[in-house]
Design a protein around this ligand. Sequence first.
Ligand SMILES: Cc1ncc(COP(=O)(O)O)c(C=O)c1O
Length: 399
Amino acid sequence: MTPEQSPITESELATLRADTPGAKARLHLDNCGASLMPVPVITTMQAQLQREIALGGYVAQEQQSDAHAAVYGSLAKLLGGTVEDYALTSSAVDAWSKAFYSVDFAPGDNLVTAFNEYCSNYVAFLQVAKNRGVDIRVARAGTDGALDVAHLESLVDGRTKLIAIAQVPSSSGQVNPVADVGRIARAHDVLYLLDACQAVGQLPVNVDEIGCDMLTGTSRKFLRGPRGVGILYMNARARARLEPVMLSNQAAAWVAADRYELRTDTRVHEDWERSMVNELGFGAAIDYLLAIGPARAFARTQALAASLREKLALVQGVVPTCPADATAAIITFNKAGLKAADIKARLHAEGVGVQIASVVHTRLDLEARGIDSTVRVSPNYYNSEAELERFLALIDGLK
Ligand SMILES: Cc1ncc(COP(=O)(O)O)c(C=O)c1O
């Protein structure tokens, strides 16, 4: 076993937990909603806020220009690709929309997606279907519940402008076979937009291995950064094909009275005005994970998830609601006789944070499986085994 793969030890876990002020008073199991920030993220943000208080936002930014430039390098180290391939946006949806709406769909074109696609992405599909005559083609689940990749490939034809799927949906722990889809996208020379919002920070994600042209994610979930920052990865192939649907003074220079020049890197999709406090905090979050060793953190998160999934299913009255193939650190369930919202409220009163996933988040999947709403729990590597035992006992005791 290489040091990059060695398990996180008890004493390291104690340090990680001491680094997490929020974990002292609360059992936080909503890391796929918004995770708890560790101390280096908090102090980085506080320091930048102090600079802004003392110097004003512009000078404070100029003083941290190297640290800010390093955030793009940290992203490339974590996710692959090059520094030029990354832009920072205000959210994952902002990143995804900037990529999606730049595709020049024409009447008769189609896009291919999957049955467990995220709500925000799907409403954008419905909008281009309505306004631009685009055909939405949905790859189904196979008999095992997993994405049927052969079906997905059968939907691709000469009018397919885009393949757009999520790596992990927001309301279950399924992991779509994203590299298989990458091979299909390459074979058919179709652009591939991957929503990795729920995968980044809990699973190994490498854009070169996946073969996606565009990938979107967020700071606040498993990566443990602040709210208000999204990730857009877009490779040179996609940049060559897509002019941003909206331009800003960050995207284009006004070089003559009748002419602009676009940036050539993915920052062509950025706004000029952004929160340096948040973006520097996000950089600290990525560096924190890189220092732990992403493979080690991911292995612990996945092991906690597997154990929680298994033990939860054994609690009397618990009805697991993830599909059978689910393995990621998003675990959904209901309990007989109780509403998901009541379970969330009663856990909150005990100092335990969980979320609700509902049919509005991934309608095609949940509707087909007859689920209206379900409790969603999502451990991260800093959670302890003792916390999971406490959670299981609380669920067992809910009547
Ligand atoms: C699969 C998926 N994609 C996208 C998003 C949206 O992320 P954001 O709210 O940061 O825009 C979420 C949020 O939960 C998600 O679960």
